[in-house]
Design a protein around this ligand. Structure first.
Ligand code: ADP
Ligand code: GLC
Length: 485
């Protein structure tokens, strides 16, 4: 099947969070299953070295508001996956993906309108006629409406069906009305039945209203976002109207990449069968040394790897941890909201021998921290899916998380038959304190090795979820189409 994937970030090319893991590893998995997959990405500064490896570069003209922009498209092949980097250096060759120092770029409407239009123009120029265009999050949200409004009769793109996956309802791509016209859409789209949202243009809504199928990244979140204005972020009505085409497909993990048995970032490899034979202990020892953690090593090390955002509940985590300081060491890796960073830095500086904070985005340190952690803390207020908890389990850390979204689909209370972690009610400090107490107590008890092993042996691979996407595509296209010959 010919599948076009479009996203604003994807591993290993550009990453700020879980969207990149999913867009990159889902595309690669589908390609490895034999499908003809073309992944489209903006050529950000951090991805420029990939364009240097391009097998072919072409130039395309993209209509953009009153102007026509000349863009280059660099084609790269990574195993079976074809990747097209859309290059307009004025828009994309910048230090950040969406912004810098916690502040979004002021022209993100222009950047991602251009991206969406350029994806379709590039597909045409390449004569890549997808059966399915799969767009991810608001940055690619204009693709479904552009296909319907501007490309319905196009010989290359006219037959394409669209799938839109929401990775986070909280990011809606809301811009002044003029944003609509940049991509070539008419002002008539500024109506409630189209992409207008309280007087503005919403790229997210464009995807939700116009895609042939909608998905989100866990079954639980698919249900939650239809329930209330808080969880649906104001879009719950549209989601309910379209619930017959909406489904939740749990994210998978690239289990080859996130694999403590062959992770080059770790001092000594380990797997589920060998986790207690020194590999995990070596990772913990090295990290404690690196971070200057000095209190009794008989205590569990709690790890956090997170975007710094209200969503992730780190303010609640600090409040809950403050009252049980004697029972753990803590290492936090995070970037995002500067105010949250200040409060975590202050917290760490009050207790330097037991709490460490590294501010920034650091892929290699993230691997070391997952491996070093005994407990992984993820007290999100909401969580569409969450990959952090899956990675942590794979590296033998036991999760303390909130009973919400994809966390509730993947973490189960320790005392249940399928237990692998500890759950708290989202946004509730008291409940988090109790979950932490249960975890800290269990750490010193006989159940711990079983919990660790159980998490490590859980299958988070793409096998099942990639199949679910293929079923969805096939069902949409209306026939069972096998992989290319
Ligand atoms: P979200 O996408 O909401 O940020 P997920 O749990 O789905 O949350 O995915 C987060 C991904 O980003 C994981 O791969 C995690 O390891 C990574 N990550 C988050 N913050 C950092 C950071 N500061 N440095 C390195 N990796 C990070
Ligand atoms: C979003 C969500 C996260 C999810 C990720 C990948 O960033 O916040 O829960 O895992 O997308 O789908």
């Amino acid at each position: 099947m010919r599948i076009l994937q479009a996203a604003s970030e994807a591993v290993p090319f550009a990453k700020t969070g879980g969207l990149a893991d999913v867009a990159g590893s889902l595309s690669a998995k589908l390609a490895s299953l034999g499908h003809d997959v073309f992944l489209f990405l903006p050529l950000y500064h951090e991805a420029r070295s990939w364009a240097g490896k391009a097998r072919r570069t072409l130039t395309i003209d993209v209509p953009f508001g009153p102007e026509t922009r000349s863009l280059s498209v660099a084609l790269v092949e990574k195993e079976n996956l074809r990747v097209a980097f859309v290059d307009d250096s004025a828009f994309f060759d910048r230090p950040g993906v969406y912004g810098e120092n916690g502040v979004d770029y002021g022209d993100n409407d222009r950047r991602f309108s251009l991206f969406c239009r350029a994806v379709l123009e590039a597909a045409k120029a390449l004569e890549f006629a997808p059966e399915v265009v799969h767009a991810h999050d608001w940055q690619a949200g204009l693709l479904p409406i552009l296909l319907k409004r501007l490309y319905a009769g196009d010989p290359v793109l006219g037959a394409a069906h669209s799938v839109f996956t929401v990775h986070n309802m909280a990011y809606q791509g809301l811009f002044p009305a003029a944003a609509v016209q940049l991509s070539g859409l008419g002002l008539k789209e500024l109506s409630p039945s189209s992409l207008e949202f309280y007087g503005k243009a919403s790229f997210l809504k464009a995807g939700l209203v116009f895609a042939d199928r909608l998905t989100t990244v866990s079954p639980n979140y698919a249900r939650e976002i239809q329930e209330s204005s808080e969880t649906g972020c104001g879009m719950e009505g549209i989601l309910r109207q379209r619930s017959h085409v909406l489904s939740g497909i749990l994210n998978g993990l690239d289990v080859d990449y996130w694999n403590p048995e062959k992770d080059p970032n770790l001092p000594k490899p380990y797997g589920a069968a060998t986790v207690f034979q020194g590999g995990k202990a070596a990772a913990k020892k090295a990290l404690r040394q690196e971070c200057g953690l000095k209190v009794d090593s008989g205590l569990p090390l709690i790890g956090i790897v997170s975007r710094l955002d209200r969503q992730k509940g780190l303010d609640i985590a600090i409040a809950a941890l403050e009252r049980r300081l004697g029972g753990f060491e803590l290492a936090v890796l995070g970037s995002g909201d500067p105010a949250l960073a200040v409060s975590i830095r202050q917290y760490a500086s009050r207790h330097p021998s037991r709490i460490y904070f590294r501010e920034g985005f650091d892929e290699s340190f993230a691997h070391r921290l997952y491996a070093a952690s005994d407990i992984f803390l993820m007290p999100s207020r909401f969580e569409p899916c969450g990959l952090g908890q899956m990675i942590a389990m794979r590296y033998g850390a036991v999760v303390v998380g909130s009973r919400v979204g994809g966390l509730a689909d993947t973490v189960f209370e320790a005392d249940s038959g399928i237990g692998n972690g500890f759950l708290a009610e989202p946004g509730d400090i008291g409940s988090l304190e109790r979950a932490l107490d249960r975890a800290l107590e269990a750490y010193h008890g006989p159940m711990w090795p079983k919990l660790v092993e159980h998490g490590m042996r859980t299958d988070f691979s793409w096998d099942r979820s990639a199949r679910a996407y293929v079923d969805l595509y096939e069902n949409l296209v209306g026939a069972v189409v096998g992989p290319k010959a």
